[in-house]
Design a protein around this ligand. Structure first.
Ligand code: ADP
Ligand code: MG
Ligand code: MG
Length: 889
């Protein structure tokens, strides 16, 4: 029912059905929201009557009457979409209070302070959410918050709870004065008007700026809409035996199985999350409210078993009685996602298939990110650079320059700087800044604060509630451990320990990577690393796609193998050319006046390239290795700076002017569509021949020396016509034959092409007569299918995404409709003319989960991606297999 009732509404209903203590209420569906949006704010006919009836039922259940002066019913009006959007939309509490009902509430409860506390909260929230009274530009907080602070200062009160009934009465008066001043109308006294005002505002909050920004970020469609739940109030602010809290059934940062959360006594709603008072760890509730604690224990384990997932709970204790106000699947870090899913399989709560489908493959990235080197932290500590320790809210290591505002964080990141966002506390307005930053540091707030919650979901490093920080947002300074830092100063955050460190700190590979590379050393196994291994094993048992890697150095190959790669899908030979002395020989080859000169240069290059290939074959053993012949436009290899040109001329023994002429002759107007790819091989067949020779000689040498059977696959780039491939294939085959004859041995190999031009896709049948394999080069195929140069696309792709012209950046996620159509044609026609044709993909899309899914559906043999995305591709491939109905085994 989530689509209709929103997550909050559906789960409240579900908890009711389970017999849990939930205050009565009702939900206006997301359909109403969309109707209202389509009809300029009008409500569908009959809605008012339905709400009235539903409210009467709640009145009956509670034995109180809405708007009644002696025994008033109060309600909360709560937002809640299909998926949770923490803090992005609005909620109003204590609705139904006015100058008469507040007296009734005071008398009935025998607690005047409580009644007036509720009233001042109500006027403040209603003023903010419904009447739109917020901080103006240049103001640091809303007029309500400032009036509250002023009064607290006058009373020398440190916390809201230090104010007495008289203070609160005065505050309500002040607040109403603010409302009158800012809106020109008095605060609405009629509860019915209040109710409809709040319903309208909560529906409207679906379209507030931050909710829209959040939807963009999470790819949530605009037309889902929010539901509105109206729930009878229960009171956590009735005094010492009341309170409110949030809890997780497992640790949302590490995934450890332990009940986890925070609470505050004599508090209401947002107090815990807002970081106004520092909350207590949940375990202390056993002392302060033993009966409620026992019940909460029972409820949490029941809910986890019922939903078979980690739950995030909101509860309130009214005079010792527990009420559940919300439950949902808890947001968690990538670490926690893996650990929880795997441990739940071991606890027999879910199946392996469910565990695999539950984890966002992209979140595995977090497990592979570097962490700070403990030795370096130790050193920083003894040098006094560890400034303070906060809560380890989002694990990982982050180093960057301080920014005190989200705007600054966004601007600096856009300018290519690494940024740490430093705030007293974050609020939903800050999300773009949080998204832009490497890490987030807050002075206030607990593990369930807004900063912690959002950072975890984004997979950002976060240290929250570092109470020793004194942050002066106005002067943009932060003081800690007796030192002052300004915007732009470097700091580091260890989100795993909570340490805040001055300056930059060196990192080392994550525990998972260290273990994979056999560098774990002594010490206990890391529980997340353990879970990761199980998860990967299970992925491999379900997936049908093979996963290869794009790598061109032995070291990269080793890393990729450790991460589970089964071969190389793309070895870019030109990457090897940039190392050491090779570049000189390459430049000589490019600048040679004639074939003889070029061959002389190639003779120098041959042994170097052969050694590169040997290194790769040694690491890759008998796994397939796809090597692409020279691809980029030649001028990319040539020096541009004047002094480099002069140096090269000197080493080649030619006049600088001649070299300069030569370089400008190689200049192209549009090199990406110019003299590159197999077109180079057509002009200079000796380059292709030399590369092939180096490859096959290396394969022979490694086969002889190691006994392994290298499996080279040689790939011709940027083919548009079958003829190009035929001619290049002839060069490769004759080189191969010559090597095999001279070495007296044969290495089986495949010869194929990249499909990266629309013409190649459309004439695949012809091309497949020569090609033994196709590899989709979807980066170029996307560029050429759209006619968009990737290097210039930054100027308008954001606009296209904003306007919804592109649902996703086509260079990040494969465009199934267009580029995919070309791939389909290539697959079908290629296979028809050559049934043995092997087809894979080597564009960066090979590491994008949605694109991997598409490749699975196309029936490709493998995907290939950069080494660190191999685990992501493995899991995504398993998910694709599990999702595709034909292959249910
Ligand atoms: P959000 O989605 O931002 O968490 P909620 O609708 O859950 O917004 O409400 C905000 C806060 O108010 C939460 O802490 C919630 O537990 C509390 N709250 C909501 N409704 C009630 C109620 N009827 N009685 C007491 N507290 C409530
Ligand atoms: Mg909530
Ligand atoms: Mg290409």
């Amino acid at each position: 029912m989530k689509d209709l009732l929103g997550g909050k509404g559906a789960n409240l209903a579900e908890m009711c059905k389970l017999g849990l203590p939930v205050p009565p209420g009702f939900t206006l569906s997301t359909e109403v929201c969309n109707w209202v949006r389509d009809h300029g704010g009008r409500y569908p006919r009959g809605l008012r009557t339905e709400v009235k009836k539903a409210l009467e039922r709640v009145e009956g259940d509670m034995g109180r009457r809405f708007g009644n002066a002696r025994n008033p019913l109060l309600v909360s009006v709560r937002s809640g979409a299909r998926v949770s959007m923490p803090g992005m939309m609005d909620t109003v509490l204590n609705l139904g209070l006015n100058d008469r009902t507040v007296e009734g509430l005071a008398k009935r409860s025998g607690n005047g302070r409580f009644a007036w506390d509720a009233y001042r909260r109500f006027v403040q929230m209603y003023g903010d959410v419904v009447l739109g009274i917020k901080a103006r530009k240049g103001e640091h907080s809303s007029p309500f918050a400032r009036a509250l602070d002023d009064l607290k200062r006058k009373r020398a009160a440190t916390e809201d709870t230090d104010l007495d009934e008289k203070d609160l009465r005065q505050l309500v008066k002040t607040f109403k004065g603010i409302v009158l001043r800012r809106t020109g109308t008095p605060f609405p006294e009629n509860p019915n008007d209040q109710l409809w005002g709040a319903i309208g505002a909560v529906f409207g909050s679906w379209d507030n700026e931050r909710a829209i920004a959040y939807r963009r970020m999470e790819s949530i469609p605009d037309d889902w809409g929010t539901a509105v739940s109206v729930v009878a109030m229960v009171y956590g602010n009735m005094g010492a035996t009341s309170g409110t809290g949030v809890a997780f059934t497992r640790d949302p940062a590490t995934g450890e199985r332990r009940f986890y959360g925070e609470y505050l006594m004599n508090a209401q709603g947002e107090d815990v999350v807002a970081g106004i008072r520092t909350p207590q760890p949940i375990a202390k509730l056993a002392r302060s409210s033993p009966q409620a604690w026992r019940e909460l224990q029972a409820v949490q384990s029941m809910l986890e078993r019922h939903y078979r997932d980690m739950q995030d709970l909101e509860f309130t204790i009214e005079d010792g009685r527990l009420f559940m106000l919300q439950c949902r699947a808890g947001k968690r870090t990538g670490f926690a996602a893996v650990r929880i899913a795997v441990e739940m399989v071991k606890e027999r709560l879910i199946t392996r298939e469910e565990a695999l489908l539950r984890i966002d493959p992209a979140s595995l990235d977090q497990l592979l990110q570097p962490v700070f080197d403990p030795a370096a932290i130790q050193k920083a500590r003894s040098a006094g650079r560890v400034l303070t320790r906060g809560l380890n809210a989002g694990p990982g290591a982050a180093t960057g320059m301080i920014a005190f505002t989200p705007e600054r964080a966004v601007a600096q990141t856009a300018a290519g700087k690494a940024v740490i966002l430093v705030r007293i506390e974050t609020s939903p307005e800050d999300i773009s800044g949080m998204q832009a930053s490497m890490g987030i540091l807050t002075a206030r707030g607990g593990m369930t604060s807004h900063a912690a919650l959002v950072a975890r979901q984004m997979g950002k490093v976060c240290v929250a509630g570092a109470g020793e920080l004194e942050i002066d947002h106005e002067r943009r300074r932060m003081t800690v451990a007796g030192r002052t830092y300004k915007e732009g100063d470097w700091i580091s955050l260890d989100g795993t320990s909570g340490d805040v460190i001055e300056g930059k700190v060196p990192t080392r590979p994550s525990p998972v990577i260290r273990e994979l590379l056999g560098r774990r050393g002594k010490g206990r196994a890391d529980p997340v690393a353990d879970a990761y291994h199980s998860l990967m094993r299970w992925s491999d048992s379900f997936r049908r796609l093979k996963v290869r890697t794009n790598a061109d150095q032995p070291d990269q190959c080793r890393t990729a193998l450790a991460l589970g790669a089964e071969g190389i899908g793309l070895c870019r030979t030109e990457h090897m050319f940039f190392e050491g002395s090779k570049i000189d020989a390459v430049r000589e080859m490019i600048l040679a006046e004639d074939t003889a000169g070029r061959e002389a240069a190639l003779r120098k290059l041959l042994p170097l390239q052969r050694k590169d290939f040997e290194g790769i074959f040694r690491v890759m053993g008998s796994r397939p290795v796809t090597v692409r012949t020279l691809d980029p436009p030649l001028h990319e290899f040539l020096p541009q700076a004047e002094k480099d040109v002069r140096a090269l001329a000197r080493s080649m023994g030619i006049p600088t002017a001649r070299l300069r002429r030569k370089i400008s002759a190689l200049h192209e107007l549009n090199p990406m569509l110019g003299h590159r790819g197999c077109r180079l091989g057509m002009s200079f067949p000796e380059i292709t021949r030399t590369q092939a020779r180096a490859l096959f000689e290396a394969a022979c040498t490694v086969a002889r020396k190691t006994g392994k059977k290298p499996r080279p696959e040689i790939m011709i780039p940027l083919v548009a016509t079958a003829k190009e491939l035929e001619l290049q294939a002839a060069e490769v085959r004759s080189s191969a034959d010559e090597v095999f004859r001279r070495r007296g041995m044969k290495i089986p190999y495949l010869l194929g092409t990249m499909i990266e031009l629309p013409r190649a896709a459309l004439t695949a049948a012809e091309i497949a007569r020569t090609a033994e394999f196709f590899s989709f080069g979807t980066n170029d195929l996307t560029q050429t299918a759209y006619g968009i140069s990737r290097d210039d696309a930054g100027r308008f792709i954001p606009l296209y995404l904003d306007k919804g012209i592109f649902p996703r950046d086509p260079f990040a996620g494969l465009d199934e409709e267009g580029v995919g159509r070309l791939m389909e044609i290539a697959c079908a026609e290629g296979r028809a003319s050559n049934p043995a044709l092997k087809i894979g993909i080597c564009g960066e899309h090979g590491g994008d989960p949605a694109s991997v899914d598409y490749c699975h559906r196309l029936g490709l043999a493998y995907v290939s991606c950069s080494p660190y995305r191999v685990p992501i591709a493995r899991l995504a491939a398993a998910q694709a297999a599990l999702r595709s109905p034909m292959e249910k085994n």
